[in-house]
Design a protein around this ligand. Structure first.
Ligand SMILES: *[C@@H]1O[C@H](CO)[C@@H](O)[C@H](O)[C@H]1NC(C)=O
Ligand SMILES: *[C@@H]1O[C@H](CO)[C@@H](O)[C@H](O)[C@H]1NC(C)=O
Ligand SMILES: *[C@@H]1O[C@H](CO)[C@@H](O)[C@H](O)[C@H]1NC(C)=O
Ligand SMILES: [Zn+2]
Length: 501
């Protein structure tokens, strides 16, 4: 009995070692969730396990030497910082740079923002690119500098560059994990896999903010400040566009669709089909995959973005080889260039966009926008009340705008290949007397009447009644004027574009 149990445990131990070292995906987006092996093991097995680890350590050293060689020609962290600053000097009219925090070892996490009005709030969608989440996947950080420079060189020359710069705020974080890059390993300086460090929807594994890595904290607080409509993280070790969900409730591997599955498949396919040969993949039909279908991971950044930041994020595996020789980077850039540009441009070229106003003072309303049949809500922006809802083209949608204190409105729209504009003007549900009328005019006379009756006893009360009627009439006139004012404002606010609801 005891023996049986013991054999099972040790079998499991070796299986988990072998499986995790053989399993190809471990090298790419993630790797299986850490095998949860625990239990007492006989000394003999501990010894052999130690031997195994020592062998592993040796190969790790060889591996490191190999990586140092492979890294020749790649930007160091210092080179990257210089390249970012040089870019900003060269393209200062359409860019700014800022840091969202520091890595464990104190390296600033630099972001390049590209827009015709960098740093200014505008009623436009924002997109973000994040590279080098895993320290040993450096291709993305190189490509992101290529992307920034290409946009700078082609603004006002190439229609895609002009469209992106004029209509989108593109934020680029070339390296989320500079320490891991320097150490030539997947995790950060604390050896934590940053793509497992976010709070998870199924398991309470990263719920304690005190245990969170500074790189993760930087991303999470960044997303509190800037609302991104969509984003992509760049990884290496495979060639596929991966979309939510990344995990399943029971840790098993199967297709687990999020509410916007169709839209995510559309976006992932847009990337794959614009790529040199991603869509020709034999392993992944169409060059795309649902994360949980590939292999479930927990604490990933992609699902967290969709759930908590209203941001549609893809995880892009952009090259089978994690470290192609540096001379091949321009080729990898050419393979991915159109995909990257098309993905960014999709946040303005497709979907439903608009703004939400109140019908009273024409205030911008930070309303919630949802689509009938899709259990997902996005919020309009704070300053301009603009919203940007990505959706699969060529379908009919019912768009619903809701705001506490206002009557909800909805409208049906057939979305073509192009984006549509739907603006909403919402009516308040409040009674005019309480919230809208100027304070000076109080239409309830009950209390006052009691007091006045004391002053004018007897016959005088008839005169008083007349007075009340005149006052009520005046109040009525005033309300009318206020309403007319609202209507006039409503017309002024009403936007010019395709549909106002
Ligand atoms: C590992 O096992 C422990 C004890 O059984 C459990 O509490 C924990 O949640 C498990 N962790 C994971 C990541 O499955
Ligand atoms: C894509 O092209 C690269 C370079 O030519 C090649 O190494 C790779 O095997 C190709 N992948 C697919 C899926 O066709
Ligand atoms: C909608 O999604 C929320 C989580 O965002 C979930 O709690 C709720 O049960 C879902 N509703 C339906 C009808 O699926
Ligand atoms: Zn990765």
């Amino acid at each position: 009995m005891n023996n049986m149990k013991f054999i099972n445990v040790s079998l499991l131990f070796f299986l988990s070692l072998n499986v995790s070292s053989l399993f190809h995906p471990t090298s790419a987006r993630g790797g299986l969730s850490t095998s949860n092996f625990s239990g007492s093991v006989d000394n003999h097995y501990v010894a052999s396990a130690r031997r195994l680890f020592e062998e592993k350590k040796l190969t790790m050293e060889q591996h490191l030497q190999r990586l140092e060689k492979l890294a020749e020609g790649y930007m160091s962290n210092a080179d990257l910082e210089k390249a970012i600053k040089a870019f900003n000097r060269r393209c200062s009219s359409i860019s700014r740079i800022y840091s969202i925090g520091k890595s464990v070892l104190g390296v600033p996490l630099w972001v390049i923002e590209i827009s015709d009005k960098p740093g200014k709030d505008e009623p436009e969608p924002s997109f973000k690119f994040i590279g080098n989440v895993h320290g040993d996947e450096p291709v993305g950080r190189e490509l992101l500098l290529h992307l920034a420079n290409w946009l700078c060189d082609n603004y006002m020359k190439h229609p895609l560059a002009t469209l992106i710069v004029d209509n989108i705020h593109l934020h680029i974080l070339p390296s989320m994990n500079p320490d891991g890059y320097q150490l030539k390993r997947r995790g950060n300086a604390n050896n934590v896999d940053l793509n497992r460090d976010f709070p998870d929807q199924f398991f309470h594994m990263n719920d304690d903010p005190g245990n969170r890595q500074p790189e993760t904290i930087a991303i999470m607080s960044w997303l509190e400040k800037i609302h991104f409509t969509a984003s992509a993280t760049l990884h290496g070790g495979a060639l596929v566009a991966n979309y939510p969900w990344d995990g399943t409730t029971d840790e098993k591997k199967y297709y687990y669709a999020c509410p916007d599955d169709k839209t995510f498949r559309f976006m992932a396919s847009l990337y794959s089909n614009s790529h040199h040969n991603m869509s020709l993949s034999k392993e992944f039909p169409g060059g795309i995959t649902n994360g949980a279908m590939w292999y479930p991971i927990y604490g990933g950044m992609q699902d967290w973005n969709y759930i908590h930041a209203g941001c549609f994020e893809l995880t892009l595996e952009i090259s089978d080889d994690k470290w192609p020789s540096a001379s091949e980077i321009p080729v990898v850039w050419e393979f991915n260039k159109l995909s990257m540009l098309n993905l960014v441009a999709s946040v303005i070229k497709t979907g439903i966009h608009g703004r939400v106003f109140s019908s009273d003072y024409g205030r911008p309303l930070q309303a919630s926008i949802s689509i009938k049949g899709i259990n997902y809500t996005i919020k309009a922006g704070q300053a301009f009340a603009d919203y940007h809802r990505l959706l699969t083209p060529g379908e009919k949608y019912e768009v619903i705008a809701t705001m506490p204190g206002y009557k909800s409105k909805s409208t049906s729209i057939i979305l073509g290949e192009e984006a549509s504009t739907v603006d909403f003007i919402l009516d308040p549900v409040v009674t005019f007397r309480e919230d809208v009328l100027p304070r000076g005019c109080d239409c309830s006379f009950e209390n006052r009447r009691l007091k006045l009756v004391e002053f004018f006893p007897g016959q005088q009360s008839e005169i008083f009644l007349l007075l009340v009627i005149i006052l009520l009439f005046l109040c009525f006139l005033m309300k009318r004027r206020v309403i007319l004012n609202y209507l006039r404002q409503k017309q002024m606010v009403g936007p010019k574009q395709s549909l106002v609801v």
